[in-house]
Design a binder for this molecule. Structure first.
Ligand code: TYM
Length: 333
């Protein structure tokens, strides 16, 4: 594996995954697994920074693992781990917290958005503020060179870079300084009922997102109801045609056809015809994943085994970095 780039990324198991998670993250991960050294996590400790149901969390964790596998991640090639099964994550997070200025955490967009929504209802917990520190620990423990994520996570990766640099400057080279890795168009899939907002599993009507597990009927309904833009043209122009541009990206990703080719094919055609074909492409694109998911659902035990094995291998990698950190900051070894 010498010379190969190290990759780390993860998803919070806080509900069903949607096509934004798939196109922004998982689909790129599948491409990376052949020629990179990769660790992908199910970030359950991040999932509890917002209110959650214990039974649902357990179920979502397993379901997220099944979706990783169904999407094509191969446990022979990648390490699939569960964050809470590798205690080095919280240990390193504590240490990194001691070199993180409070102001940097308070400036994070995701913290501001979530604390604003939650603040009025449940109060904002310290875990939500400290969220980016734990995420930095996730990435730095594995000495990742690159972090494939959607656009909404870039600020957290930038934050990780700055903590890594600060630690390295203070204690000597310890961490690889990682880069965010983004797909050009699919890094930000927008909501189907409001293309000014990103597709998201929280705080949105069900019509805004397509779940990876949605039935063909549900997909049909959601795309039919998706908002469109004024005018009739089908062209990629996120500023003046945000809704159609979003559908074009989704269509292109699921059909494998470039956006320019789709623009040509649909020149002069109606929104209805276009939407029907987007629907077909999404249903067909998700079919193999859904089929595999159904098979995995019957075999919880082997999925649990893959996760246990992955977490063990991840822990061995993480432990090396953690031991180095502890030594550098002066803990007894
Ligand atoms: P999460 O669980 O919110 O999202 C998982 C991944 O999906 C991407 N994503 C999107 N991409 C395109 N369009 C969208 N509408 C869209 N919505 C979500 C996200 O950018 C992400 O890549 N904090 C992270 C989880 C995490 C993590 C990490 C990621 C914890 N530790 C270490 C990387 C490295 C999160 O909440 O992602």
């Amino acid at each position: 594996m010498l010379g190969q780039q190290r990759i780390f990324s993860g998803i919070r198991p806080s509900g069903d995954l949607h096509i934004g998670n798939y196109l922004g993250a998982i689909k790129q991960w599948v491409k990376l697994q052949d020629d990179h050294e990769v660790v992908f996590g199910i970030m359950d400790e991040h999932a509890i920074t917002t209110p959650h149901e214990p039974a649902a969390l357990r179920e979502n964790t397993l379901e997220t693992a099944m979706l990783y596998l169904a999407a094509g991640l191969d446990p022979e090639k990648v390490i699939l781990m569960v964050q809470s099964q590798v205690s080095a994550h919280t240990e390193l997070a504590w240490i990194l917290g001691t070199i993180t200025p409070l102001g940097e955490l308070e400036r994070m967009t995701q913290f501001k958005e979530k604390s604003h929504t939650l603040g009025a209802k449940e109060g904002t917990m310290a875990g939500l503020l400290n969220y980016p520190i734990l995420m930095a620990a996730d990435i730095l423990l594995y000495q990742a060179d690159a972090v494939p994520v959607g656009e909404d996570q870039v600020q957290h990766v930038e934050f990780t870079r700055s903590i890594a640099e600060r630690f390295n400057n203070r204690y000597g080279k310890t961490f690889t300084v990682p880069k965010a890795m983004l797909e050009r168009e699919s890094a930000r899939i927008m909501s189907l009922d409001d293309p000014s907002k990103k597709m998201s599993k929280s705080g949105e009507s069900e019509r805004g997102y397509i779940l990876l597990t949605d039935s063909p009927d549900a997909i049909r309904e959601k795309i039919k109801a998706a908002v469109t833009d004024s005018g009739k043209e089908i062209k990629y122009d996120p500023k003046s045609k945000p809704a159609i541009s979003n559908l074009l990206v989704i269509f292109s990703e699921f059909s494998g056809k470039p956006i320019a080719e789709l623009e040509d094919t649909y020149a002069g055609k109606s929104y209805v015809e276009f939407k029907n074909d987007v629907t077909r492409a999404v249903i067909a694109g998700l079919a193999p994943l859904q089929q595999k998911f159904k098979e995995l659902e019957k075999d919880n035990d082997s999925v649990l085994r893959i996760l246990r094995d992955g977490s063990e291998r991840a822990a061995a990698m993480a432990q090396k970095t953690l031991a180095d950190v502890k030594e550098k900051i002066g803990f007894l070894t």
